[in-house]
Design a protein around this ligand. Structure first.
Ligand SMILES: *[C@@H]1O[C@H](CO)[C@@H](O)[C@H](O)[C@H]1NC(C)=O
Ligand SMILES: *[C@@H]1O[C@H](CO)[C@@H](O)[C@H](O)[C@H]1NC(C)=O
Ligand SMILES: *[C@@H]1O[C@H](CO)[C@@H](O)[C@H](O)[C@H]1NC(C)=O
Ligand SMILES: *[C@@H]1O[C@H](CO)[C@@H](O)[C@H](O)[C@H]1NC(C)=O
Ligand SMILES: *[C@@H]1O[C@H](CO)[C@@H](O)[C@H](O)[C@H]1NC(C)=O
Ligand SMILES: *[C@@H]1O[C@H](CO)[C@@H](O)[C@H](O)[C@H]1NC(C)=O
Ligand SMILES: *[C@@H]1O[C@H](CO)[C@@H](O)[C@H](O)[C@H]1NC(C)=O
Ligand SMILES: *[C@@H]1O[C@H](CO)[C@@H](O)[C@H](O)[C@H]1NC(C)=O
Ligand SMILES: *[C@@H]1O[C@H](CO)[C@@H](O)[C@H](O)[C@H]1NC(C)=O
Ligand SMILES: *[C@@H]1O[C@H](CO)[C@@H](O)[C@H](O)[C@H]1NC(C)=O
Length: 747
């Protein structure tokens, strides 16, 4: 983020040609309407202001200051405003009320982390380089701007809001980094001059053979230029001199380290499951195609109550147990268009006794349960089902207030009637915690036996309804519940002290013997890293980047409560070693079952480190033979997580289909990941450098010489993405810059 701020500071000059004023004093400017909600707003506040007044805002949880133009602002370049508050937790979006499109989320914290309550901070959002994602807003029928509060609500003042017609970008070299064997990737803004640029290795000048400029699709706020050098990089000092003052930093200086030895062996390989490049709820067919999404899931807490007859659902304890229209509404249509775009589908089948009966009812009206801990800020009568002391309200509501019965006959009829058949079905979602998430309709903790019975019954129904469909279950939420139930360890004790998922696998194996049918094709789990990285400071970022070791490393003691107080009966219980552990449990208890992770997260969807973690995870999934994976929730296509998918799969250029052996002399999994694949004899390689400020270098044995397609994201200039063709004529010294993921594929 510091690089974005630097860039903003240098963008301080802009012209006022046809700027559109939204607010200066007293009231919204002519043509702007107040579309705010759930907020106490004074458009003529005089307790803190510039000019004669400001807007003071007191928003409750998730509510917003929102303004709409009578007309549109399609081709503007930015939004400027002044804000004061105790670093409010705001998310800003630009929307089109005409066609419903919305910009990526822009976190106020991506613009500044030093907003104070007693003085205004001036901020500028560059629409060609949205803070956080680096994406361009693009042309659209934009007409609405929203500042939405976080879950704790927000109090702030805002003033001098202007939609800026044009931002003049001063020419600047933002970064210049060594990449691969003899390429320097330079990011620039504005109209820079390359003729003064000079490069030297250890004091010896090196000739620049050519420069090729590129404006990345989707992130056109920065140009990328590749300089091809006459010599390959060597260890020591690399000095790149821009030859101009360049805002004070006229040179970019690196110490290139001694090489690490690595070897690729394409002959030693095994297939990567094509289904590991998945997401939950992709947004469109072009999203699927741009990012090469192979598996799409319809899942999450709300689908437990999905009623296909009315296309209703219930939010459960995610949002005041309210019924609503499902989003997207029609599972059948969804399977159809997703498959039409080239992705397989995983459709969740409700497996409790109730589904939502309408789009409006809710389980805990204040009129019936006056004493509740909190109520929906947008629907004052809807409570959260908890007493102020946090325990569940009594009595349990009558489920028919909100729900209608559901059973296997209905599930079977629904699945049978689908015009578009899913490739996989999941038997519900995280029902081991239904007595919490859906306490209103299933207040009794689900034990081992009930969960098994529901999976057996609904799997049988699904297999009868859709011949050949694959079943994934039980979509368990987390490490704790892999091993026990909501009843607790007395339930384990009642089952010979066998932990839950191993017991579940044994029972499913037994069921195959008695029914003659495999009723479980994929053991499906959700995996969320347990270490706390929410501080997002340097230490938290480093932890985030190394905790991918929990996916595979049999010696990595988890840096969370798991590493401290295990309660299960597993071997090495302080080590997660997720994929090898579950492959072993499957081999022991129900061989032939596949393993899927239908929810996982980087823990930082808008941070570059989240993108690098996702690159590492996708590499590990392939290398460790995971069978299917879908990211939770939908990554922004142009954000860091989307870029990780783009790196492996963007626009039809794919990482190879077979994982090839990588031997590293110095593995360093805390700070680097190296993945190789082969397909039709062509090598592809992904290297992720997780160091925040030091390049890493490799000698890569068995890397064929020749032309490679290369793309990469990250680096010193923030979240930029670039691609080009490079020639590898030496494999003795390959450089990957700091905080960068690189993809190379033999042409
Ligand atoms: C703007 O909308 C908010 C939220 O609904 C409301 O509280 C406020 O009174 C409105 N202000 C004006 C001036 O209409
Ligand atoms: C903001 O609104 C809440 C809820 O209405 C109220 O309790 C609080 O006092 C308000 N804060 C300020 C600073 O106005
Ligand atoms: C957006 O509109 C402007 C002005 O009409 C045009 O110059 C530009 O090419 C458009 N950009 C895109 C991405 O369509
Ligand atoms: C990209 O480079 C071209 C040519 O130098 C320049 O005109 C343009 O302004 C640059 N774009 C950006 C966003 O810096
Ligand atoms: C730049 O020079 C290198 C080395 O001669 C060559 O391989 C490459 O194709 C050139 N690139 C362009 C765009 O001319
Ligand atoms: C110049 O580089 C220093 C050290 O890397 C950095 O702290 C500073 O922000 C840079 N300043 C500019 C104007 O680029
Ligand atoms: C570049 O870095 C090297 C090694 O730290 C140092 O010796 C040299 O003086 C630096 N050069 C410049 C111009 O900063
Ligand atoms: C919580 O509050 C409710 C209602 O006042 C009461 O009935 C219940 O006993 C309390 N529970 C605990 C654990 O204090
Ligand atoms: C499901 O409910 C319907 C309607 O009440 C009923 O006809 C059917 O027998 C039930 N199916 C099962 C398996 O209980
Ligand atoms: C599963 O099906 C059996 C046989 O129809 C039935 O007795 C049992 O109640 C069902 N279990 C659950 C949890 O629905």
């Amino acid at each position: 983020m510091r690089f974005l701020l630097l860039q903003l500071a240098l963008v301080a000059t802009w012209v006022l040609a046809d700027d559109i004023t939204v607010y200066t004093d007293t009231a919204l400017a002519a043509g702007w309407e107040n579309w705010s909600w759930g907020s106490d707003i004074n458009f003529a506040a005089t307790d803190l202001f510039e000019g004669t007044s400001s807007i003071s805002v007191n928003s409750s949880a998730y509510s917003a200051l929102s303004v709409k133009l009578e007309g549109t602002f399609p081709n503007y370049q930015g939004l400027r405003f002044d804000i004061a508050g105790a670093q409010p937790d705001l998310t800003i979006t630009i929307q089109s009320s005409v066609d419903g499109t919305t910009s990526p989320n822009i976190l106020l914290s991506a613009l500044s982390t030093s907003i104070t309550p007693d003085a205004f901070t001036s901020l500028l959002i560059d629409f060609r380089n949205l803070p956080g994602s680096g994406a361009a807003l693009g042309n659209g029928t934009w007409d609405r701007i929203t500042w939405q509060a976080g879950g704790n609500g927000d109090i702030y003042h805002i003033d001098n809001i202007v939609v800026v017609e044009s931002i003049i970008i001063p020419p600047l070299f933002l970064s210049a980094e060594p990449l691969a064997a003899n390429t320097i990737a330079v990011t620039t803004q504005g109209d820079v001059d390359f003729s003064t640029m000079a490069v030297s290795f250890n004091g010896q000048s090196v000739k620049i053979l050519n420069t090729t400029s590129y404006t990345p699709v989707g992130t056109p706020s920065k140009n990328v230029t590749y300089l091809t050098l006459a010599q390959n990089f060597v260890p020591g000092t690399l000095l790149i001199d821009t030859g101009v003052p360049n805002g004070g930093n006229s040179t970019f200086n690196f110490t290139l380290p001694v090489v690490q030895y690595a070897s690729f062996v394409q002959q030693v390989n095994y297939p990567i499951s094509p289904l590991i490049y998945g997401v939950n709820f992709p947004t469109s067919a072009s999203y699927i195609q741009d990012l090469g999404v192979t598996m799409s899931r319809w899942g999450g807490n709300a689908v437990t109550a999905y009623n296909p007859a009315g296309q209703f659902t219930n939010a459960g304890n995610d949002w005041y147990f309210e019924n609503r229209v499902a989003d997207p509404p029609d599972a059948d249509d969804w399977v159809g268009w997703v498959q039409g775009a080239g992705s397989q589908t995983l459709l969740t089948v409700p497996a409790l006794d109730w589904v939502s009966k309408d789009a409006t009812s809710y389980s805990y009206p204040i009129s019936e349960y006056p004493l509740q801990e909190s109520t929906d800020p947008f629907l004052a009568n809807a409570g959260d089902g908890l007493f102020p002391n946090g325990s569940y309200v009594t009595p349990v509501p009558d489920p028919t207030n909100v729900y209608t019965p559901w059973n296997t006959t209905m599930a079977k009829a629904w699945l049978k009637g689908l015009a578009n058949k899913p490739n996989l079905v999941a038997i519900d979602n995280e029902i081991e915690i239904a007595s919490n998430t859906h306490q209103d309709m299933h207040p009794v903790p689900i034990d081992y036996d009930e969960e098994l019975a529901r999976v057996l019954n609904f799997s049988m129904a699904a297999k009868e309804a859709i011949p050949g469909v694959q079943v994934a279950a039980p979509s368990t939420c987390s490490w704790w519940y892999y091993w026990t139930s909501s009843v607790g360890y007395t339930d384990n004790a009642a089952h010979d002290n066998i932990d839950f998922l191993p017991w579940f696998l044994m029972q499913m194996a037994e069921a195959e013997k008695t029914t003659g049918m495999r009723l479980l094709d994929y053991l499906d789990i959700h995996y969320y890293f347990q270490p706390d990285t929410s501080a997002n400071d340097d230490a938290a970022k480093a932890l985030r980047l190394r905790m991918t070791r929990s996916l595979w490393d049999t010696s990595y003691v988890d840096e969370s409560w798991i590493g401290v107080s295990p309660q299960n009966h597993q071997w090495n219980p302080t080590v997660v070693s997720l994929i090898p552990r579950f492959r072993t449990l499957i081999d022991i208890n129900y061989p032939g079952t596949k393993l899927s992770v239908s929810e996982f997260s980087s823990t930082a969807d808008t941070d570059i480190t989240g993108g690098l973690v996702t690159v590492d995870m996708l590499g590990i999934f392939g290398q460790q033979k995971l069978d299917s994976a879908t990211y939770w929730a939908t990554p922004d296509e142009l954000g860091p997580i989307g870029l990780a998918y783009w790196l492996y799969r963007g626009f039809g250029v794919y990482f190879g289909a077979n994982s090839a052996q990588v031997s590293l002399a110095t593995p360093n999994p805390d700070t680097q990941g190296v993945y190789a694949a082969t397909e039709n004899g062509k090598l592809s390689v992904v290297i992720v450098n997780k160091n925040p400020d030091t390049p890493i270098t490799f000698a890569l044995a068995n890397m064929p010489f020749g032309s490679y397609f290369m793309r990469h994201f990250g680096g010193e200039a923030g979240i930029a993405k670039w691609q080009t063709t490079v020639t590898i004529s030496s494999i003795d010294y390959i450089v990957v810059p700091a905080y960068t993921a690189v993809f190379l594929k033999q042409n």
